[in-house]
Design a protein around this ligand. Structure first.
Ligand SMILES: Nc1ncnc2c1ncn2[C@@H]1O[C@H](COP(=O)(O)OP(=O)(O)OP(=O)(O)O)[C@@H](O)[C@H]1O
Length: 309
């Protein structure tokens, strides 16, 4: 795996309060890494440290092997970021905005601008004034702007905020395309679970300034090899008690028609045998699809740090 961004024991204290508490993770080339957490969890603060907008209290962040602390210029050279709303001149065209931006960072050719515009799908509208653009198009122009200097890492803080479903889908598709075709590492933050599930390869969950889990989206949704089953059984309280005896570490609760239990699939026949032997009637067993939201709620209630208020 080709690591491009690495956070090592990063802590941020602001006015005596620990906002970010000893966070470590890595992001690889070609992957979309989602930074997921509720409002106030510390996503923006972490991103601001990665792009060098604020300092790190302790720990370090490297980008392309260069420390943001001791080798700032080398580190940020690799980064393209939209942290606050991208600066745009509304009365200029998209193209004029890009030319203006290109002048500030040397060595960007007209060909490079055209190629980037094409990449974000704005070729047809690039000569229109930005004030006529939809929010989604402005976001894509912002993307083009931060891609002009060929970064290896793209960082987008809540990129779909305020977009309608079509705009969200557009940004999602472009983010995936950039990771796949340009081998970019993309870090996106969001508090929207469903969006992260569709956009990312891996997700880090942050709560109260602590990173409580980093997992592949697939694993996060399915959680190891366990599945959730709804079992229509009578009587359900006896079934639940038996489960507790035979599988003390298994998560189970009573549901509308019986019980809901989280077990590896291969344990189901054994469980049915136990139930039948104890005169419990088994009417149906149904596999329940788990969403990232289910998993997120489990994780944040299992391991979450108490709120610091
Ligand atoms: N400069 C600052 N001074 C004091 N507190 C701060 C400062 N910056 C951030 N915080 C606090 O740190 C915590 C994390 O904020 P941050 O903006 O990083 O969260 P977030 O996960 O990005 O949330 P949101 O989704 O609302 O943007 C919040 O409680 C916030 O009030």
């Amino acid at each position: 795996m080709d690591t491009i961004v690495e956070l090592k024991n990063v802590t941020k204290v602001i006015k005596g309060r620990t906002i970010i508490d000893n966070i470590s993770f890595q992001v690889n080339k070609g992957e979309v890494f989602g930074f997921l957490g509720p409002n106030g969890a510390g996503k923006t603060t972490t991103i601001r440290m990665i792009v060098g907008l604020i300092g790190i209290t302790s720990g370090d962040i490297t980008v392309g092997g260069s420390s943001i602390k001791s080798n700032f210029e080398d580190a940020v050279r690799h980064i393209g970021a939209i942290v606050e709303n991208p600066e745009m001149y509304k009365f200029l065209t998209g193209y004029q905005n890009l030319v203006h931006y290109a002048r500030m960072s040397k060595g960007i050719s007209k060909e490079k601008i055209a190629e980037t515009v094409e990449l974000v799908g704005l070729t047809e509208r690039i000569n229109d004034k930005v004030k006529t653009y939809s929010l989604g198009m402005r976001q894509r122009l912002g993307l083009a702007q931060c891609l002009l200097h060929d970064p290896q890492v793209l960082i987008l803080d809540e990129p779909t905020n305020g977009l309608d479903p079509a705009g969200i889908r557009e940004i999602r598709d472009y983010v995936r395309l950039l990771a796949r075709e340009k081998n970019l590492a993309v870090i996106v933050s969001s508090h929207l679970l469903s969006e992260m599930e569709m956009m990312c390869d891996r997700i880090g969950i942050i709560q109260n300034g602590r990173l409580i889990d980093v997992q592949l989206v697939h694993e996060l949704v399915h959680g190891e090899s366990k599945m959730t089953y709804e079992m229509e059984v009578v009587p359900s309280d006896k079934a639940l008690a038996l489960l507790g005896t035979h599988y003390p570490n298994v998560r189970a609760h009573r549901s509308r028609n019986g019980i809901t239990v989280e077990l590896p699939k291969e344990e189901i026949p054994n469980l049915v045998k136990i139930f039948v032997k104890e005169d419990i009637q088994v009417f149906a067993i149904k596999e329940v699809a788990r969403t990232l939201e289910d998993r997120f709620l489990e994780l944040t209630t299992e391991k979450g740090a108490p709120s610091r208020g």
